[in-house]
Design a protein around this ligand. Structure first.
Ligand code: BES
Ligand code: MN
Ligand code: ZN
Length: 497
């Protein structure tokens, strides 16, 4: 969708559909008050009849409203006035966009309510993200595409003062870049495991690398990983016919000598569990076990689109986890790149095995901070459900920074504790550590495992097992946590408001 910004009086907006906000289904918002008398009279009379439903995001279309240039008016219920904010506006606008996208309206305009004038940056950003989410479709694998005949292609955001325009333009630029990053992450994640293999992910990273000279994309082969001693990662891949890849994306937008933020994303393109095989019900969803990796690609694309003045490295260890004659067996002991030996007591705890070698590899970039993103534990879904990402780490400041970024952009995370009591759950009789921590605190013991490999730098871990995709009738990837990560980087660049 194209977004335009404009200063205009309500009556002069030439559009197929002018969207006007109403609170609680009856209280006219500021944009209605600004209509010329004749139009205002008709809108108020309609509102009095009570046909606009009383729930947030209810809509009512009006035709032939006199005294304005717009062909139609869409009344949009913004819900409770006291609770109104940029997120509520964005979510109601999402519904409006859905409606207009399905009828014959190709362009629309919305007057930013006075209530949001002091929050113009989040309002514009969230609006663009919500609109793009609404029109997102994944139909790459359908032979018949079910696209709207006349899709909504243009949205004009109207404000009254010139000085508001710049903020709004910046907000829309950030919002659309974040939304395209989310769309890339969603597309990669929604693709099935037989198409989105480690090799495919590596090719997509390389394609991203061709967008600009500031981004270099490479992928280590198994042979190269062997030479580096990545015994943990390669042990997972041994049970699969698809070769593993260690994808490395280097975005150099900052000063040459400034330390990069390193993002490490789990890229398990299908997790059957290995010899500790998973139950078959719902196993298809384990194609989503590469969502961490997909979010790294999505975030790096946003860095490129926004030309961020910062250095960011993306590392995506990518493999399948399948049962096979050569697969890991419970009790096997492998040696990681860091030299630590690991007793594999459950082959389904494979994410930490591929991540630990990638986290050791991250050291060579002299990181300012390392953040790993992984669909790591079912236990995280039990603890936090599908709304909140799990956050753990070894640095309070970095953890707070990520929590705040998530809060800012409505992509929330919640911190869980980590200490030596939990770490002891990983003790092994036969190796330096086991790959599982036994009963209780599965998300924390998984993080403790990674924590053994991240002692040389500031590190945070995002467990996105519950937030990366939705199940059920609207099964699909969410694109999270691209918003959180991009917001964190924007703030490091002092570009977010
Ligand atoms: N990819 C899974 C975690 C997962 C499960 C994410 C369900 C989302 C939904 C991971 O590789 C895994 O299998 N973890 C095990 C660890 C256990 C064996 C200690 C789990 O959570 O069951
Ligand atoms: Mn697993
Ligand atoms: Zn997994």
């Amino acid at each position: 969708m194209h977004y335009l910004t404009k200063i205009s009086a309500a009556e002069n907006i030439a559009t197929q559909c002018l969207i006007l906000g109403v609170f609680d289904g009856k209280q006219p918002g500021s944009s209605i008050v600004k209509l010329p008398a004749m139009a205002r009279k008709q809108v108020l009379a309609t509102l009095k009849k009570g046909d606009l439903g009383d729930k947030a995001a209810h809509t009512l279309l009006l035709y032939s409203v006199p005294g304005i240039k717009a062909e139609r008016i869409l009344l949009l219920n913004l819900g409770d006035k006291k609770a109104f904010d940029s997120k509520k506006m964005a979510s109601a606008m999402g519904t409006a966009v859905d409606l207009l996208n399905k009828n014959s309206t190709r362009d629309c305009a919305v007057i930013i309510p006075d209530e949001l004038i002091d929050a113009l940056y989040p309002a514009g950003r969230d609006l663009a993200i919500a609109a793009e989410e609404q029109v997102y479709q994944f139909d790459q694998c359908k032979s018949k595409k079910n696209r709207p005949g006349k899709p909504l292609g243009k949205m004009t955001l109207v404000v009254t003062e010139r000085k508001q325009l710049n903020t709004l333009k910046k907000a829309l630029k950030h919002g659309t870049a974040i939304a395209s990053g989310m769309n890339l992450a969603k597309d990669l994640a929604n693709l099935p495991g037989n198409i989105c293999t480690p090799t495919y992910l590596a090719d997509m990273a390389k394609r991203l690398g061709r967008k600009t000279t500031k981004l270099k994309a490479t992928a280590l082969t198994e042979k190269q990983m062997q030479r580096l001693g990545m015994g943990a990662l390669l042990s997972v891949s041994r049970g699969s016919r698809e070769p593993a890849k260690l994808i490395v994306l280097e975005y150099r937008g900052g000063k040459e000598n400034s330390r990069p933020v390193v993002l490490v994303g789990k890229g398990l393109t299908f997790d059957a569990g290995g010899i500790s095989i998973k139950p078959s019900a719902g196993m298809d969803e384990m194609k989503y076990d590469m969502c961490g990796g997909a979010s790294v690609l999505g975030t790096l694309q946003a860095c490129v689109d926004l030309d961020l003045p910062i250095n960011v490295i993306g590392i995506v260890p990518s493999s399948e986890n399948l049962p096979d004659g050569e697969a890991n067996k419970p009790g096997d002991i492998v040696t990681s790149m860091a030299g630590l030996t690991i007793e594999i007591l459950n082959t389904d705890a494979e994410g930490r095995l591929i991540l630990c070698d990638a986290l050791t590899y991250a050291e060579r970039f002299k990181p300012a901070a390392v953040i790993d993103i992984a669909t790591l534990t079912g236990a995280c879904v039990v603890a936090l459900g599908h709304h909140t990402t799990g956050l753990l780490g070894n640095d309070d400041k970095l953890a707070d920074e990520l929590l705040q970024a998530g809060e800012d952009i409505h992509d929330p995370a919640w911190r869980l504790p980590m200490n030596d009591d939990y770490r002891k759950q990983l003790d092994s009789n036969f190796a330096d550590m086991a790959n599982i921590g036994g009963k209780g605190a599965g998300t924390i013991t998984a993080a403790c495992f990674l924590g053994e490999f991240t002692k040389k730098y500031k590190w945070a871990h995002l467990d996105i097992a519950g937030t990366a995709w939705k199940s059920g009738s609207d099964k699909g990837a969410t694109g999270r946590p691209v918003p959180l990560l991009t917001q964190m980087l924007l703030k490091r660049c002092k570009l977010a408001e």
